[in-house]
Design a protein around this ligand. Structure first.
Ligand SMILES: C[S@@+](CC[C@H](N)C(=O)[O-])C[C@H]1O[C@@H](n2cnc3c(N)ncnc32)[C@H](O)[C@@H]1O
Length: 385
């Protein structure tokens, strides 16, 4: 993945503070980026890889073109969506379940058993159980979710079994005739599924998400060779989505939350933690807490550190500082954002390569449009004889 290797310093240096990332200065991109109007920044943020970089410095245009090329994957063809009415199923999740089932069913019909890892409410588990005549098992580590999955109705002749299991702790014992599936199986869970399927020759259908959700500080490549080792802290970049297609909160709310986080980071580095890395300001708090007013967010973050809350004057000064620096950071973050999908595709290719090395036949591509969910990269792998 030369495009990632060649711009690794851009990925590593997250803009947000007073300075300008050295990698942008060295490439001569900072002047162009800081000169973009509000409208141009917004257009680039929404368009993502499809943005028009016509007036940009040559290197930046080349990066955009290379990233677009790397991310131009097969668009998997699925039949028109079936009617699906299930309790607790949103319209977008229904579209994901439908498309996932369309690609998984032909593989499942050749399997002896299906395991849905990180099954959540079990919508996909039930959909497959109702359309197959073989054992279907949902594995979920959250006891409340597993209980809800069991309680939801199904028309399956043989109801799926929902089992409480933390797969990272308990392991994933597969058989060669299994199909293991995961719809939005996060980070390390996706890798665990790929490794388990590769080991025994089981089939796999996986749409991953939240690659940063893993226990160690580094994601080691499964395929080895030239594939990169990726620090966990940087994998969160792969979660970035242009526009507000297919995500729960609006773009405006997300931008306001990011500005508030910057203000919080500023407050924390000024008072208690001068070396706190950007992004660590929410450590110990739920990501959604950044949707609250700055005063409440700061009070919580300071209380976590046993500090008194900032004064109204401190809060006002931090908010003003953050408004200015957030506007700069949005501009300077545009090249880094171009690499977000590349990072996600890199992990997809690493998983695909590992399965190929173990003798699987592999297919990958996008399974639904971004408007359904930006986490839409699917991996299909089979080794049935
Ligand atoms: C993003 S949700 C997806 C849920 C469901 N597959 C869907 O698409 O609606 C990820 C699910 O994986 C579960 N999970 C995360 N880590 C797990 C683990 N180590 N073992 C089992 N389940 C896990 C979470 O509790 C959550 O329900």
């Amino acid at each position: 993945m030369e495009v990632l290797q060649g711009h690794w310093d851009v990925v590593e240096e997250r803009p947000g503070g007073e300075g300008v990332p050295a990698g942008l200065v060295a490439r001569g991109w900072d002047g162009f980026l800081l000169g973009l109007s509000d409208g141009e920044v917004e257009a680039h943020e929404i368009a993502g890889l499809e943005g028009d970089w016509g007036g940009a410095p040559e290197g930046l245009r080349a990066l955009a073109a290379a990233a677009r090329e790397v991310c131009a994957l097969e668009v998997m063809d699925v039949p028109p969506m079936r009617e699906m009415a299930r309790k607790k199923l949103t319209v977008r999740k229904a579209a994901q379940v439908d498309a996932f089932a369309a690609v998984a069913l032909p593989v499942a019909r050749r399997a002896g058993r299906v395991l849905d890892v990180g099954c959540g409410h079990g919508h996909l588990t039930r959909e497959l159980a109702e359309r197959l005549e073989l054992p279907v098992l949902g594995l979920e580590r959250d006891a409340a979710l597993a209980a809800r999955a069991r309680a939801l109705p199904t028309t399956a002749t043989a109801a799926p079994v929902f089992q409480l299991s933390d797969v990272l702790r308990d392991g994933l014992a597969l058989r060669a005739d299994d199909l293991v599936i995961g719809l939005h199986a996060c980070g390390e869970l996706g890798d665990t599924m790929v490794e388990a399927a590769a080991r025994v020759g089981a089939a796999l259908v996986l749409v991953g998400c939240c690659l940063q959700k893993r226990r160690g500080p580094v994601r080691r490549s499964l395929a080895g060779g030239t594939m990169l080792e990726l620090p966990t802290a940087l994998l969160g970049l792969s979660n970035l989505s242009p526009g507000d297609d297919g995500v729960e909160t609006s773009r405006a709310d997300n931008l306001a939350a990011r500005q508030r986080r910057l203000a919080l980071h500023h407050l924390l580095t000024r008072t208690a933690e001068p070396t706190l890395p950007l992004g660590a300001e929410l450590d110990g708090l739920n990501r959604r807490s950044a949707q609250h007013e700055l005063a409440m967010l700061a009070a919580r973050a300071f209380a976590l550190r046993a500090l008194p809350p900032p004064t109204p004057a401190d809060l006002a000064a931090a908010a003003t500082w953050a408004a200015h620096h957030h506007a700069r950071a949005r501009r300077l973050a545009l090249p880094r954002a171009l690499l977000a999908r590349v990072l996600e595709v890199h992990v997809l290719c690493d998983r695909a390569l590992h399965l190929e090395q173990s003798g699987h036949t592999v297919r990958h591509g996008t399974l639904w449009p971004r408007s359904v969910s930006p986490r839409n990269l699917a991996l299909l792998a089979t080794r049935f004889s």
